[in-house]
Design a binder for this molecule. Structure first.
Ligand code: MIC
Ligand code: SF4
Length: 756
């Protein structure tokens, strides 16, 4: 791969359609029934169509994605691992996007200057490594990874992986796009296959048409309410129906993006006229034409639409005619209610009713249409004599979107009611928010159009209650500053004391005068293998990785328990972002945040554990460090959906680095379980969920017969209590034969580099 362009070349798309055709002729013979759209694209990318295990929800299979994308916070660790593979170039087109490390404070210009200065070492590393290995590099300010991918690289029928859980955003343009940990990306960049579980299929049949205040965001918030945060684990969510045809491509992307919040492997829409319009408007008419010629590949077989019940493991129907705007939160994205019920809910739960800040943007809602609908409300507000009552921040998704909304006067509409435009980056969505107005521990309500709202995520303050809605809902509510304002029905008092009511938002899906085409910030790779990557040994931001040690072949004997997570334990609890993003390229330094957000059942203080050495209560990262310095290996215990949220492999690498051997939980989130396997930690699930309750702080855990570890076999554990009593419990794992080899070798990377 010698060159990565700022667009996917048409030749690559042609090749993919040929591959789909060939693979599907084999798959159709084997499967002997009509195929859904996602099956076509998934199996069409199978590395071995004659043998791929087609049992949904069971087997693991190898796939050959067409692209890899990485964002700056995860790319550092991925590239550090890729360097261990000693290759000249990446095997598939790959891009790096600098979006996570920019802190929001004063507005775009100021914040970018600060970021460029503060992160110089990391940006230089990413740029040099990109150039060295033939990777396309999008610098700070160019945009949020998923928006840039949608505008430049996504194409219908393609398959990509990305080191970010919201990679499925590209499913809006009919791509199988899967969020993975860095180690998975390294496999594909090294020319190996992407190995994952064959997902189940959840169908969502959208009938009716979005109207009034309801937005694509409200569809996914409704789906999240129905399926909950773990309801789509190891499943592809496939959307179709007449309702789907009425949603713009960027609106579809909002929906597929937030599939991450329900645990989905990915979400996808089949291809339609909206996709053609979007490709044309983003200067990819050639891809649109080719796609039109291949419509058969890019939609489900007609039988699927006629009787969807037969083809999906679960089918959901949503009538868009009746959909109301929804607001979800606090603390979890599946706690939903329609706007008409919000007032009662606020009162019942005593949520702080004054909103402190309103935020529009993030990778899920920062398109031209999103900003257009938000600006439409702002324009109405100005005319009616209203202003935002609270600070209002707006992040465009890419420089292309920003330049276009500026040209079309939409940014001005938002600024006129008090909005501040932030850099085209993640910003407050990932805790990159320098907040001066509230101190840690002070309760306050914020409302955003983002996708995640876990405690402490946006501002590092676990007492902040974060709610989520569509961009237009956020703007409308910012005008009253109150969470109990039903903008669809109620009036507001303007500066003249008159009662005024907002109209339903109307905006263009795509710019009438086209996008202001921009690839500002893009550096094509030189790709000659010549640039030198230097990492200073004294750097506190970057650290060369050392390989993890191999398993010695013996059972683990009497390992202590570092912590037992009670309730929600997301990757933001395990390895928070915000100020810690700084250390994403330095395993030792970032390990100082290990488990600091965890509610450990054994102690009352969040992020603390009880030492087996002296019974003292200490911060979990310190305790883990002490154990590792004393060569004490340990176990971590988790609750349901452990590791929900981000793809950050740091949440698996840090425990591994500090001596964790086993993680035992009630259930895992997909990407985190895969990351643990990759890094050589044994991920086990209680066969009997009640056994979770057995585990006490000073118990010891031993494995029984680990040398006979084979797929689908239980792993027996012996729990020894401090009074000398012991009990045997059963756990199970989902390791395939190859994944068992990863474990034995100490990590997937150790195994694969030996294999070569
Ligand atoms: C997130 O939204 O949590 C992130 C930050 O984008 C992560 C990736 C990361 O932790 O770097 C994700 O979603 O995978
Ligand atoms: Fe960035 Fe937020 Fe999207 Fe993650 S969810 S990629 S932090 S904008």
């Amino acid at each position: 791969m010698s060159k990565v362009y700022a667009k996917t070349p048409i030749a690559l798309v042609e090749q993919v359609y040929k591959k789909l055709d060939n693979n599907l002729s084999i798959i159709r013979d084997r499967i002997a029934r009509p195929l859904t759209y996602s099956e076509k694209i998934l199996y069409g990318h199978s590395s071995n169509p004659t043998e791929v295990d087609l049992k949904r929800g069971e087997g693991y299979a190898d796939f050959t994605p067409d692209r890899v994308a990485m964002q700056d916070a995860t790319a550092q660790m991925a590239l550090l691992q890729f360097m261990l593979a000693n290759l000249e170039q990446t095997a598939v087109p790959t891009t790096v996007h600098c979006d996570h490390l920019i802190e929001a404070y004063q507005g775009s210009k100021f914040d970018l200057t600060v970021a460029n200065k503060d992160n110089k070492e990391v940006y230089d590393f990413l740029k040099t490594a990109s150039s060295r290995y033939g990777i396309g590099f999008w610098g700070p300010g160019a945009g949020i990874i998923h928006q840039v991918i949608l505008e430049q690289y996504a194409f219908p029928g393609g398959m990509m992986i990305g080191t970010d859980s919201h990679t499925p955003n590209a499913g809006g343009l009919s791509m199988i796009a899967i969020g993975v940990g860095g180690a998975d990306a390294v496999d594909v960049m090294s020319g190996w296959s992407f190995n994952t579980k064959i997902p189940n299929l959840i169908g969502v049949n959208l009938t009716g048409e979005l109207n009034g205040w309801a937005a694509p965001k409200d569809i996914i918030l409704k789906v999240a309410e129905i399926l909950t945060v773990k309801g789509a684990t190891n499943a592809i969510v496939e959307y179709f129906g007449d309702g789907a045809k009425s949603i713009s491509t960027t609106g579809k992307a909002t929906i597929t993006n937030m599939g991450a919040e329900i645990g989905a492997t990915c979400s996808i829409f089949d291809f339609d006229d909206k996709g053609i319009e979007y490709l044309e408007s983003t200067d990819r008419g050639d891809v649109a034409n080719l796609a039109k010629e291949n419509m058969e590949l890019l939609t489900s077989d007609s039988e699927v639409y006629e009787d969807p019940n037969k083809f999906f493991d679960q089918l959901i129907e949503i009538n868009l005619d009746k959909l109301e705007p929804h607001i979800v939160g606090p603390h979890t994205p599946d706690l939903a209610r329609p706007i008409s019920e919000l007032k009662t809910d606020v009162q019942k739960n005593n949520y702080p009713v004054e909103i402190s800040n309103a935020l529009v943007g993030s990778c899920t809602n920062s398109s031209y249409e999103d900003i257009g609908r938000a600006a439409n409300i702002a324009r109405q507000a100005k005319k009616k004599g209203l202003k935002a009552k609270i600070p209002l921040m707006i992040t465009p998704g890419s420089e292309q979107v920003r330049a276009t909304v500026e040209r079309d006067g939409l940014l001005k509409d938002l600024e006129d009611i008090g909005g501040t435009v932030l850099a085209n980056a993640c910003g407050p969505c990932i805790g990159q928010w320098k907040r001066d107005d509230f101190k840690k521990g002070e309760e306050n309500t914020i409302l955003s159009s983002f996708n995640r709202n876990f405690p402490a995520r946006n501002d590092g303050n676990a007492a902040t209650l974060s709610f989520i809605g569509s961009p237009e809902s956020v703007i409308a509510m910012s005008l009253s500053g109150r969470l109990d304002f039903d903008f669809t029905n109620e009036t507001l008092t303007n500066s003249k004391g008159e009662e005024v009511k907002l109209e339903e938002p109307i905006a263009d899906e795509l710019p009438e005068n086209g996008f202001v085409a921009s690839i500002e910030g893009f550096s094509p790779p030189i790709g000659n293998g010549n640039s030198n990557i230097t990492i200073s040994p004294s750097s506190d931001r970057l650290q060369i990785l050392k390989k993890f040690e191999e398993w010695d072949g013996n059972d683990y004997i009497e390992l202590p328990i570092l912590m037992k997570a009670e309730g929600k334990c997301t990757t933001d609890h395990i390895s928070p972002a915000g100020k810690w993003l700084k250390y994403r390229g330095h395993l030792e330094n970032i390990s100082e945040n290990l488990f600091i957000g965890v509610n450990n059942e054994f102690v009352s203080k969040t992020g603390y554990g009880k030492s087996i050495l002296n019974k003292e209560e200490v911060e979990l990262p310190k305790l883990a460090k002490t154990y590792s310095q004393q060569n004490i290996s340990w176990v971590a215990i988790g609750d349901e959906n452990y590791g929900e949220g981000s793809s950050r492999e740091h949440a698996a690498m840090e425990p591994r680095f500090r001596g964790c051997k086993i993680v035992i939980v009630k259930s895992f989130a997909r990407i985190h379980e895969a990351n643990l396997k990759k890094q050589g930690i044994l991920p086990l699930v209680f066969s009997n969920l009640k056994d979770y309750n057995l585990i006490l702080w000073d118990d010891r855990i031993s494995t029984i017969g680990l040398d006979t570890l084979t797929p689908d076999r239980e792993v027996k554990l012996l729990i020894t209590h401090s009074d000398g009593s012991a009990e045997e419990i059963s756990t199970y794992h989902s390791l395939s034969n190859e994944q068992i080899d990863w474990f034995k070798s100490g990590s997937a990377l150790n195994f694969l580099s030996k294999k070569d």
